[in-house]
Design a protein around this ligand. Structure first.
Ligand code: ZN
Length: 146
């Protein structure tokens, strides 16, 4: 917001300086406007990148399912997984679980998951989408405060 206002007034002032024949002063002002412009471009790129990261997270949230303890990913009709719930919730990482006889083990956080019968899959799936969304939104807030 501040940048935009600065530029709007800065352009007018530069033009005025040119009309008054104060070329050196105009050049200095023009240079600072250029710096400002480049900073805005950089900020814009960073925001675009952040937006695309958020879109990826939302995209993933739609494909991911919670079975009550582990995550499964359904990608183009193919079911992949299971993945560690702790690692995904904490770091947003899908870590494959290693299968043992009666349990699954996460090689990253060493969390253990008992092998269980499928139940309550539907209700849990909705809960998990909500938590992921909640985690995503602060990215925007942080940026606005800068
Ligand atoms: Zn883990």
């Amino acid at each position: 917001m501040f940048s935009t206002m600065f530029q709007a007034t800065g352009f007018k002032r530069t033009l005025d300086l040119c009309k008054q024949g104060k070329i050196d002063e105009a050049a200095v002002l023009l240079k600072s406007l250029q710096d400002e412009f480049l900073a805005v471009c950089e900020e814009n790129e960073a925001l675009k990148e952040q937006l695309s990261e958020v879109a990826d997270v939302l995209d993933l949230a739609e494909k991911i399912q919670f079975d009550g303890q582990k995550y499964w990913l359904t990608d183009e009709g193919e079911k992949k997984g299971p993945f560690c719930q702790v690692c995904y919730d904490r770091d947003g990482l899908l870590v494959h679980l290693h299968e043992h006889k009666n349990h699954w083990e996460c090689q990253s956080c060493h969390g253990l998951y008992m092998v269980q019968q499928d139940s309550q899959t539907e209700t849990k799936k909705k809960t998990i989408l909500r938590t992921t969304l909640k985690k995503t939104i602060p990215l925007f807030l942080e940026q606005e405060m800068v």
